[in-house]
Design a protein around this ligand. Structure first.
Ligand code: NOJ
Length: 555
């Protein structure tokens, strides 16, 4: 019997015996995204490292985290802060050593925390030995590992533009051909139509699985394939923040061939019980569904980002987005923040109720049906702190887009551990400045404050862990016409949990049309001893049990 049928038989037996299948551990897990540069520095160079993450595992365990996803930690010139890999089977010395990594995995395991890595499939660094060989001559052994083409006269091979600004083609004078890069010029695209590239990358995944990695977040999955005929993309009116013409990326984005790649990656992952998280952006149910394949052969966790793509805090809009995610029929993935998106507390904040808004958002993230991925610091209510001057910008996208698009430094500032000058992140000079808000919003201060954003997240996470309805319960929307209060039930046979969140800045009546007894388990505002309050204050949230009483978990 080969490995895949054996894994399937094991999963079947687990189901038949009523046990949670180990291949589905990710369903009940809470994931936490760490941007290693910004989490905890132990060397004093102002850049976070692996030993820093290990040192903070107890914090993550106490918070209620089951798995961490680390953005790339492989050797890299760091032009795009790790998303430009120069060796897929090692650790960048800035972050530590393989021994440090093994220790992180082992210490994580002791605390029930798995480690997920970030796999950059689409491109490498131009400093990767593969690309150095590829660009050395037209007949180089690895020439065909990248996408090389002749120009059209003095123009690039086609009209595609880079996401980081300018043409997606760079002329390499040594061989007189252009290479393709969906992202920055120093991130050349691999040629996934070459079977040797695919074999090598699949082997990379096995190498890390054997080292104890619990899965991968698949970076830029949608850009891996491009039309081999290089047809021009259709133009749209206007120009983007980089001054490039707007276009529909129909020939270099979301190509059908990506499905085969997902299936190949899944075949490697299954024998290790590993999870695949797809970096996929869509607001279409159909498209989101397509990443799951038949539910067993592609990705377990395509992110979709439907919630995070909401432009403003609006109960009807969030309700629609949740319904669209639910409608795939598959297990949802819940994301509000990540290292590419402005912090949720800023994106939806009004500078008056930001903490209440952070709690309201955390409530949704952690009580909706699905697996949440919490971005580091969002549990503190960290806000965006964008650079004020062009010379301070670190992000290549921010430099190219200045001043229209300041881009991503603002959401990548150091984790705020305490109220000291460098927020407990480093003894040196932090690579990005510590925001002024770190004085009030940090782990040490918030731990002491029962009403803090941190303690609210801890309480919701603890409740989630103890209530089957919050882990497995079906999602049942309530009061679907309410313009301000987003309310829903999570239902399993033996238990019904109600969640209600006021997504507006005024007190709103709580009109849910429910009968029977209710007992509030958690609330951000004051609540009666029994039953539900008649109204919810601005951005207030509550979680209650229906039908039978339950213990109050926080004051
Ligand atoms: C998506 C990553 O999340 C982003 O940070 C990076 O710049 C691009 N992919 C290129 O790898």
């Amino acid at each position: 019997m080969n490995r895949t049928p054996r894994a399937a038989l094991f999963a079947f037996l687990c189901l038949a015996l009523g046990a949670a299948s180990p291949v589905e551990w990710w369903r009940h897990a809470v994931f936490y995204e760490i941007y290693p540069r910004s989490f905890q520095d132990t060397k004093g160079d102002g850049v976070g490292d692996l030993n820093g993450i290990t040192a903070r595992l107890d914090y993550l365990r106490d918070l209620g985290v089951d798995a961490v996803w680390l953005t790339p930690i492989f050797p890299s010139p760091q032009v795009d802060f790790g998303y430009d890999v120069s060796d897929y089977r090692a650790i960048d010395p800035r972050f530590g050593t393989l021994a440090d990594f093994d220790r992180l995995v082992a210490e994580g395991r002791r605390r029930g925390i798995r480690v997920v890595l970030d796999l950059v499939l689409n491109h490498t660094s131009d400093q990767h030995p593969w690309f150095k060989d590829s660009r050395s001559s037209r007949s180089a052994a690895r020439r065909d590992w990248y996408v090389w083409r002749d120009g059209k006269g003095a123009a690039p091979p086609c009209n595609w533009v880079s996401l980081f600004g300018g043409p997606a083609w760079t002329l390499d004078r040594t061989t007189g051909q252009y290479y393709y890069h969906f992202f920055y010029g120093s991130q050349p695209d691999l040629n996934w139509r070459n079977p040797a590239v695919r074999d090598e990358m699949l082997d990379v995944t096995r190498w890390w699985y054997k080292r104890g990695v619990a899965g991968f977040r698949l970076d830029a999955l949608d850009t891996v394939f491009e039309d081999p005929d290089l047809k021009d993309n259709p133009l749209l009116p206007g120009r983007n923040a980089f001054g490039d013409p707007n276009m529909l990326n129909v020939h270099n984005y979301k190509l059908e061939e990506g499905r085969g790649l997902m299936r190949a990656l899944r075949r490697e992952a299954d024998p290790f019980g590993a999870v695949l998280i797809g970096e996929t952006y869509t607001d279409s149910t159909e498209e989101l569904r397509s990443y799951y394949g038949n539910g067993r052969d592609q990705l377990q966790m395509p992110t979709g980002h439907m919630l995070a793509m909401a432009e403003k805090l609006s109960a009807p809009d969030f309700r629609k987005r949740i319904a669209a995610t639910e409608a795939t029929g598959f297990w949802p993935v819940l994301v509000l923040g990540n290292h590419d998106l402005a912090r949720p507390a800023s994106r939806y904040g009004d500078k008056v109720h930001d903490d209440a808004i952070a709690k309201a958002l955390g409530t949704l993230l952690l009580t909706l049906r699905g697996t949440p991925i919490l971005y580091y610091g969002d549990e503190l209510g960290m806000i965006n702190t964008d650079p004020a001057r062009r010379e301070d910008v670190m992000d290549p996208m921010g430099r190219a887009g200045w001043p229209t698009a300041k881009r991503r430094d603002g959401e990548r500032t150091p984790m705020q551990w305490d109220a000291t000058a460098a927020a407990g992140f480093t003894t040196g000079r932090p690579w990005l400045p510590v925001p002024a808000s770190a004085r009030s919003h940090n782990v040490a201060t918030e731990r002491r404050d029962p009403g803090s954003v941190l303690n609210w997240h801890r309480a919701v996470l603890a409740l989630r862990r103890s209530r089957k309805a919050l882990q497995d319960g079906a999602y049942r929307p309530l009061a679907q016409d309410d313009p301000h209060v987003l309310a829903y039930l999570r239902v399993v046979d033996e238990e019904t949990i109600l969640v209600a969140v006021n997504l507006s800045d005024k007190e709103r009546r709580l009109d849910l049309g429910l009968s029977g007894s209710a007992q509030v388990l958690l609330a951000t505002g004051s609540v009666p001893a029994h039953g539900l309050p008649p109204a919810l204050g601005p951005y207030s949230a509550l979680v209650a049990t229906l039908g039978r009483p339950g213990p109050a978990l926080v004051d």
